[in-house]
Design a protein around this ligand. Sequence first.
Ligand SMILES: NC[C@H]1CCC[C@@H](CNc2ccc(C(N)=O)cn2)C1
Length: 250
Amino acid sequence: MWIGVVSLFPDMFDALTQQGVVGRAVEKQRIALEFWNPRDYATDRHRSVDDRPYGGGPGMLMKVDTLRAAIFAARERAQQATGLVPTVIYLSPQGRKLDQQGVQALASAGPLVVVAGRYEGIDERVVESDIDEEWSIGDYVLSGGELPAMVLIDAAARLIPGVLGHQDSAVEDSFNDGLLDCPHYTRPEIIDGRQVPDVLLSGNHAAIKRWRLKQSLGRTWQRRPDLLEGRPLDAEQRKLLNEFIEEHAL
Ligand SMILES: NC[C@H]1CCC[C@@H](CNc2ccc(C(N)=O)cn2)C1
């Protein structure tokens, strides 16, 4: 997967590229991550990258010419590296809410150019002419688009084949089948008197798989019933959820 990032603070992305799943994926070249900094396109003595808003008001906007030059350069490189036209993404609270389905769509959308905004944002004409999709990681305002960009990149990278060591852990991961994750347990067997569910010690893999699915269904029902509304259950899942509900009926 090829991802270009347009950001005034590319070093922030070391948190993503220097370690962990995404770091290894970049090292193994499963993901290509390249950066363009608008400041590199500044031509004035002060290398300015922000500009004053028409109509006045507090704060600044990202300077149009340096931002567009960076986006164009990233777009050009994407096409050169992949032969495909990239999807240019902008992160902002005004965007489409990112969920696992959106992540799956982005992970299979070919090369991406992710634009991280700073200051009070970018000129609306740049959004109209150079941004293909606007996305939000949630209803809150951050000081820049870099952290949302890293969230998006991390979530998408996990879905690239070969990126996660234990491939099925991506498949079994919660939200992959639209359900919340089941409870997990590891040593010691007893913590402050609390034991590991017997089924997990039984070695009966069919029963364990069934228990985990039942827990995922039950937890989703308890904590996020909205997720079940859009998700048909097959006969087995319906049976497991009914069992869970009966066991947890107050
Ligand atoms: N008007 C403020 C706004 C102008 C444009 C730049 C953003 C950067 N900050 C962000 C970006 C994205 C998100 C999110 N929820 O995905 C939150 N915060 C701030």
